[in-house]
Write a protein that binds this ligand. Structure first.
Ligand code: IPD
Ligand code: CA
Ligand code: CA
Length: 262
């Protein structure tokens, strides 16, 4: 298993770096933008980056399964599944707003065992392996020590289906705005998770995320000593739509706000 893990780590890191470099080179040079929904963009670069990652992974592990945002599922025969967001923060990327990344996770028997998130503009590579800690460019990272919600620097996001959604997250946003230090909506959930993991943010919550937004980031937070649950504090899986992630110390205070009736 350990030898396998080093190979998984090597391939995942190489795939994240290679696709990240392609994304960085393509900034401001997008050839094609189309809409997957009313406000949900996809560019030729999302697809090119995805191609690079999948080619790298399947050349090394041809029997592994893939779940990737743009191509969907590709079933293999092994119990390993790679969960990929080739470009998290597409709207930012399309407008040259410098906050986007590549996110790659490896799930084995339903559990995420490895996660890599790469921010190509800042050359920041976040990495975690189950029970081995979380790292930023090979330096161990840990969550913040903020104890009070009133001093907490938070992040959130809003799903593309906001107009149609029953729960559009606006009430939570208002409630946290009134009780925290500040909130950012920077537009890349995967990077938001990493920023909680390294202590830049104290907490993050969002409604309507997909496994490719969360699989790598939630492992990185847990390995950095943080907590990840559903809004009511119960057990979370990266297939859940509701995610609350924090430094652990303000977790209960965040649960209280997310379970307010109004
Ligand atoms: C989106 C970003 C955004 C979040 C959305 C995601 P995409 O991913 O992570 O921050 O608010 O819910 O869908 O489409 O840029 O890969
Ligand atoms: Ca995403
Ligand atoms: Ca994406």
């Amino acid at each position: 298993m350990q030898n396998n893990m080093s190979l998984y780590k090597k391939i995942a890191t190489q795939a994240a770096l290679k696709s990240g470099i392609c994304i960085k080179k393509s900034l401001g040079k997008i050839k094609k933008i189309s809409y997957k929904g009313r406000i949900n963009l996809v560019t030729d670069v999302d697809k090119k980056a995805e191609g690079i990652i999948i080619k790298k992974i399947l050349s090394a592990f041809p029997d592994h399964s893939i779940l990737s945002e743009e191509i969907g599922s590709k079933k293999g025969t092994s119990d390993c599944k790679w969960i990929i967001d080739p470009l998290d923060g597409t709207t930012n990327f399309a407008r040259s707003f410098p906050f986007f990344c590549v996110s790659i996770a490896l799930e084995k028997k339903g559990k995420v065992i490895l996660g890599v998130i790469y921010d190509p503009l800042r050359d920041e590579l976040f990495f975690a392996e189950e029970k081995k800690g979380a790292y930023l460019n090979k330096k161990r990272i840990s969550v913040s020590k903020t104890k009070k919600l009133s001093k907490a620097f938070l992040a959130t996001g809003f799903a593309y289906g906001i107009k149609e959604a029953k729960d559009n997250n606006i009430r939570n946003f208002k409630n946290f705005l009134m009780r925290s230090l500040a909130i950012r909506r920077a537009g890349s959930a995967a990077l938001d998770f990493c920023y909680v993991a390294c202590g830049r943010f104290d907490g993050f919550w969002e409604v309507g995320l997909h496994p490719w937004d969360c699989a790598a980031g939630t492992l990185i937070i847990k390995e950095a000593g943080g907590a990840v649950t559903k809004f009511d504090g119960s057990d979370y899986s990266h297939y859940n739509e509701y995610v609350l992630a924090s430094n652990g110390l303000i977790h209960k205070q965040m649960v209280r706000v997310l379970t307010l009736k109004k």
